[in-house]
Design a protein. Sequence first.
Lengths: 335, 238
Amino acid sequence: MADLLQILTMAVTVGSLYALIALGYTMVYGILKFINFAHSDVVVLGAWGSFFFAAALLPRMGFGTPLPWWAGGMALLFAMALCGLTGFLIERFAYRPLRGAPRLNVLITAIGVSLFLQNAGQLQFTLVRGDDTAQPPAPALRLPFGTQPQRMPTLLPDQDLLVIGEGQSTARLGSLDVVIIATALALMVLLDLLVRRTKFGMAMRAVSFNTDSAALMGVPVNRVISMTFVLGAVLAAAAGFLYVLKFPTVQQTAHPTWVLVGLKAFVAAVVGGIGNLRGAVLGGFLIAFAEQFGESYLQKYLGSGLKDVYVFSALILVLLVRPTGILGSPLREKV
Amino acid sequence: MPLLEVRDLCVKYGAIPALHGLSLSVEAGQIVTLIGCNGAGKTTTLRTISGLLRPSGGSITFNGAPIHTLSTDGIVRLGIAQAPEGRGIFGNLTVDENLSLGAFARRDRAGIAKDREWALQLFPRLRERLRQNAGTLSGGEQQMLAIARSVLARPRLLLLDEPSLGLAPQIVQTIFHIIRTIREERGTTILLVEQNAHMALHTADYAYVLEVGRIAMHGPAARLAASDAVRKAYLGVA
Ligand SMILES: Nc1ncnc2c1ncn2[C@@H]1O[C@H](COP(=O)(O)OP(=O)(O)O)[C@@H](O)[C@H]1O
Ligand SMILES: [Mg+2]
């Protein structure tokens, strides 16, 4: 019982992170019909942006440990702004010039953008020199990417909210899990309201169904596409931030951990039916459940360390039964 | 000065030209029709006017100002709406949302509400289906929605691309009747593209005949309808 609860908590926590990332893949696909391979690198930027804010910017501004109570929220907003801007720039300068070019060209460009971000993220340089004469001394402000993993400072205390069982089989629900799940869910609900209830959301759905026809209605298609990238990037920022709250070792930008997180979120989008927002959320949780439950319950038969295998098995199974994903519409070539 | 003036328009798909030096003009308040066979370049002409295609030569002026470098949404805001070939309905949106999109560029809520009421009176079938997904409408209903939606932009110039395509004869009659009503009650200028030359010439004031990317003939619709060449080629009269 306690085991089950523990796995469930983990699955829901990780699932909400996959779902947040998967939404970005699926939104861009819904509108432009291509996979934005650079999306997972925006997640990484969100993680490092939060780290930069909490570990470098705040101390430089005189807020040392323990960090003030608002540091978490501000780090999230900082990461969102940083990633939103990056998402905007990627679309504007890498993808927009290729509008109307063959899909393959855009796909290769996306891979190029991804490699660029991964490698640029390993640079390290000093933004502002340290000042030892100041009182208190101001540490140097480095762009703290580099090739070494860093430890995310504690932004939120992880208190036990619920502990069940004892000894080997205890389950605990920490406040951190609750914060992560609640933040992710709140963002998803906001996105859903935006897409379904606002004029902008209506324009987004129209562009994704028929771009030319939307333009004939007077919808500024380029602005809608820009905004879609910004929205996806903002959600990715949140995912990156929440990820390093939960797993505080911030790996370098090209680390396999990040590659796998991005890949699994992409799998989630495909499993749910790419292009479908609710599908992306469903897929995110499904993938996380396959991963967590597979790892826990199949371990004694298959051995450990097969998390990724369960994820991709789930992908294959779903695609065998429903080639367009669970909530995906049957194949319809865009005319 | 005509409301719309297209001069020496050239459009290519890749290296292949579709329009080679097409000129036409549309006087304010008129219904002008552009007829021609399949593949003559009618849709290409309308898409270029709306800014979905860029000309490789020539000019398009609306109300005296060149528009062929503007974006499509900018052209809509100047007052040119289009009900495209194939209707361009958003099948994943409700009928109501499709109508709202027609008025996307407008800010005057009261005016939009009034126009919406007017459009729904014109097409009572749409009123019964407001909450329905537009993808579930029949072909005729979709065409009505496409026209109603374009009217909601309150355009000065309305471009209609084969509104009668694939519809039952009875519905074709209704559609053409509504096209006349829009001009009469709204004073909207209309450029009507059609393969149904008979109905188009009967409805329009002025007509252009398009043959492989060039205007072959033009004149008052009644005169063209009476001319031997048109009767033979487009009206099926031996
Ligand atoms: N997307 C396209 N790509 C290449 N050629 C096209 C495209 N659309 C139309 N054409 C060609 O341009 C010519 C004019 O087509 P179109 O404007 O659709 O004619 P119409 O509307 O009069 O039937 C035709 O020869 C057609 O094959
Ligand atoms: Mg056509």
